[in-house]
Design a protein around this ligand. Structure first.
Ligand code: TYD
Length: 137
């Protein structure tokens, strides 16, 4: 089993009634980690790309709260592209996965739940260094 196979789309609970829909996310129940940080990308210009790095220890869960975008995951062996366009599911990303986000629709909001506080030393921002850390180069 390749590392990338630990990353998956997780469908979230949905409470729907005539007044609209409600979705909730509980740490360690719907997603496999405790949430320490939430951040979001918005006002992303057409054609922009985000990401372009891996995290050594961070677990993340990405939800398209509005609009749509693609997340491309790469574990140095396999690549997978996920299209996110609903706020009732998201993509779980385990540590040591290279990710790129692109194809943002206008008005897209990308919410990220993260297992740790922001820590620049957790980032691998150079692809070759990432492969070397995995022992693939
Ligand atoms: P980065 O993680 O590189 O953005 P993305 O992966 O979405 O393209 O972060 C961009 C900048 O924002 C960088 O200077 C670090 C800063 N930042 C924080 O200060 N706190 C955070 O929680 C995050 C995610 C980023």
């Amino acid at each position: 089993m390749s590392r990338i196979d630990h990353c998956c789309i997780i469908e979230l609970p949905r409470v729907t009634d005539p007044r609209g829909c409600l979705t909730f996310i509980e740490a360690n129940r719907h997603i496999p980690f405790k949430i320490r940080r939430v951040y979001y990308l918005y006002d992303v210009p057409g054609g922009a790309e985000r990401g372009g790095h891996a995290h050594k220890a961070l677990h993340q869960f990405i939800v398209a709260m509005s609009g749509s975008f693609d997340v491309v995951l790469d574990d140095g062996i396999q690549k997978k592209r996920f299209h996110l366009n609903r706020s009732y599911y998201g993509l779980y990303i385990c540590p040591m996965i290279w990710r790129e986000l692109d194809n943002f629709s206008s008005g897209a909001v990308c919410m990220v739940l993260a297992s740790e506080f922001y820590d620049e030393s957790d980032y691998l921002r150079d692809y070759n260094a990432y492969l070397a850390t995995l022992g693939l180069k």
